[in-house]
Write a new protein. Structure first.
Length: 228
């Protein structure tokens, strides 16, 4: 294990998200979004249609707008809340993340990461990896939190909590305070993953020697994630 002084601490604290990003897919957690009072809601293009149909008006709609502009809601929606970004080198999730960062939004909660079709899901996880180095981005899905980890960390958890460590490609890691610890071992997609482990204490140590992980724990909603 690394010296603890070189390991970041990840905790979940009472606080306010700077933004909520909703992606274009069915979002079963509409009731959760409605609890986020006074938090800007950024809809990635077609996600706005689903939100409006469920009585939630986004603060901004961002993307190439091919879906929203052809919807029945376009004519009456305030045009100063439409952020039209037509280039096709990035998807609407990335455009929305970039907008959030350009407007100093650092603590971000994402709904709809699956994106509908499977290739959208994979693309969205790639975008999440790219921008998690620049902001505290949490995914909310089926009452679980997900986030990217590219540095060794001691993570605040609950005892006997299910935790999954899914490598982005390949990751070499060591762990402590898990039911099935790893000792300088490799997780690799298509070979060996780290789904559905269990925590033994109120924190766990994940020492990343190489690579990056997607980490999944139980939701702490409405708590935000802080890295120190």
């Amino acid at each position: 294990m690394q010296d603890k002084l070189n390991i970041q601490e990840i905790s979940f604290i009472e606080g306010k998200f700077d933004a909520v990003i909703c992606l274009n897919t069915l979002i079963p957690e509409i009731s959760i979004i409605k609890q986020l009072i006074d938090v800007p809601i950024l809809a990635a293009d077609g996600a706005a249609i689903y939100l409006i149909e469920h009585k939630i008006e986004p603060d901004f709609i961002i993307g190439d707008l091919d879906s929203f502009n052809s919807s029945i809601y376009y004519d009456e929606f305030p045009k100063d809340k439409l952020i039209y970004l037509p280039e096709q080198e990035t998807n609407d999730f990335e455009k929305t993340i970039r907008y959030a960062l350009e407007n100093n939004m650092q603590n971000i909660l994402v709904f709809g990461i699956h994106g509908g079709e499977y290739e959208h899901s994979l693309n969205n996880w790639s975008v999440l990896s790219k921008f998690s180095k620049l902001a505290n981005i949490l995914v909310f899905d089926k009452y679980r939190y997900g986030f990217c980890l590219n540095e060794s960390a001691e993570i605040q958890v609950n005892k006997n909590e299910i935790i999954s460590l899914i490598p982005r490609g390949l990751a070499k890691i060591s762990t402590n305070n898990l039911q099935w610890n790893l000792h300088n071992e490799i997780l690799e997609l298509g070979v060996r993953e780290g789904a559905r482990n269990k925590t033994l204490d109120k924190n766990c140590l994940i020492d990343i020697h190489q690579g990056e992980l997607f980490v999944f724990v139980d939701s702490r909603f409405p708590k935000i994630m802080i890295k120190r």
